[in-house]
Design a protein around this ligand. Structure first.
Ligand SMILES: [Zn+2]
Length: 176
């Protein structure tokens, strides 16, 4: 969003950085088939995988978050590592776009403060003012954010097409 208006970009996917190469983490194939993409590490499945690699225990993200809250060192570590990666990848975007708020949607939104706090701290450490004041929040639509955004965009597009069709079928005003 910029000044209340949605930034649509040329292809309609501004801010989709998940399939760019991760800033620091290496050694994974992404769900898209690419190598070392941000999503392979700093996403819900990425964090679940990191936890499973360290502990041998395959548990859902919610459980990793619960263990981190209860003081499990490895759980807290894998979330912090994902937050570091996300921060390193987001910092140049934040410096380019200068957003007031970054909303986190998708699976990682389940982590809440467990992710927001280390991510905010990391960004404060690597960004200079005024960018360092950026707010990191969980999107209210949570894990459904992308889906809801797509539905909203589809409705907007349909309305725009209907409007254009109505405008083109209207008789043109006589020239005077
Ligand atoms: Zn990818």
């Amino acid at each position: 969003m910029s000044e209340g208006a949605l930034l649509r970009g040329a292809s309609g996917m501004p801010g989709s950085i998940g399939h760019l190469r991760a800033a620091t983490m290496r050694g994974r194939v992404c769900s898209c088939g690419g190598r070392d993409h941000i999503e392979a590490f700093a996403s819900g499945p990425g964090i679940e995988r990191s936890f499973a690699e360290r502990t041998g225990s395959v548990v859902p993200l919610r459980e990793v978050a619960r263990r981190a809250r209860e003081g499990d060192r490895v759980a807290a570590d894998v979330i912090a590592a994902a937050a570091d990666e996300l921060g390193a990848s987001l910092a140049p975007v934040i410096a380019t776009v200068d957003p007031g708020t970054v909303l986190l949607g998708g699976g990682v939104s389940e982590l809440g403060a467990a992710l927001v706090e280390p991510l905010t701290e990391g960004l404060r450490a690597c960004l200079r003012p005024p960018f360092a004041e950026v707010r990191i929040e969980i999107a209210r639509a949570g894990t459904d954010a992308a889906l809801r955004g797509a539905a909203w965009l589809a409705a907007q597009t349909r309305a725009a097409i209907a409007e254009r069709t109505a405008a083109s079928s209207r008789p043109s005003a006589p020239l005077s």
